[in-house]
Design a protein around this ligand. Structure first.
Ligand SMILES: [Zn+2]
Length: 235
């Protein structure tokens, strides 16, 4: 199966990231947001492939980084409040968030060829490590109880957040796809919750959000984005 067909098989509504980025800038203009007074915030995985996918930072201010491993907004209430306070006067806020997953040249979901590396790596590595721990626990008939160490707090928190959500993905025929869906919904729910919690802190007239699943591809291919949620909030 051709590479593009393989992407479409998992993500039939996915489109080229550069097209989505252009549309998002048009969307801001249509909402009368000045691009030079719009502060971008991201909740995307720490992975180096994440932030180049939608090059919105070339036209907007920022980014203010809300996200950590797997794209979860580990910034918490404190980080979201700080972001709210940084949006320019009479400006706009734009929050881009989501999960990501690699696709190898052979069309294997969850694997990624990276610049300068022969071996493919897991992508999203944090999510797949968590998934592997839950699967190993299932196989040994013992519950996975994620540790929360200062030296690895984001991974521990990610696994705690996945507990109770990831079970169906363990049994799914396409487990990497299913785990990525779980991650997306986890991130979306956390972003909505944080926004709700700190809404009075936003003094701007406009908050624009974009939730997506990013399919990271080989360095010489276009990245692909499956847009899931878009919202316009006037605080
Ligand atoms: Zn990742």
């Amino acid at each position: 199966m051709a590479y593009a067909d393989e992407v479409q098989r998992y993500y039939p509504r996915a489109r080229r990231a550069r097209d989505v980025a252009r549309e998002q800038l048009d969307r801001l203009r249509e909402l009368d947001a000045r691009l030079d007074r719009t502060l971008l915030a991201t909740s995307l995985c720490r992975d180096e492939v994440s932030h180049a996918v939608l090059p919105l930072q070339e036209r907007l201010l920022g980014p203010f980084v809300l996200g950590g491993l797997a794209g979860v907004p580990f910034c918490g209430v404190t980080g979201m409040t700080a972001y709210a306070h940084h949006v320019p006067d009479a400006g706009a806020a734009m929050i881009v968030y989501g999960a990501h997953v690699g696709m190898s040249e052979q069309g294997v979901l969850g694997k990624l060829s990276r610049d300068g590396k022969v071996a493919e790596t897991n992508c999203c590595g944090a999510l797949l490590q968590a998934f592997g721990r839950f699967r190993a626990a299932r196989a040994s008939h013992t519950p996975h109880e994620p540790a929360l160490h200062e030296r690895d707090c984001e991974q521990g928190l990610l696994e705690r957040m996945l507990a109770g959500r990831i079970d169906d993905a363990l049994d799914h025929a396409e487990p990497v796809w299913a785990a990525t869906e779980v991650a997306y919904h986890l991130i979306h729910d956390r972003i909505v919750s944080l926004l709700h919690a700190v809404m009075p802190e936003f003094k701007c007239a406009l908050i624009v959000t974009l939730g997506m699943v990013v399919v990271n591809t080989s360095p010489d291919r276009d990245n692909v984005v499956d847009v899931r949620d878009q919202d316009v909030i006037r605080p």
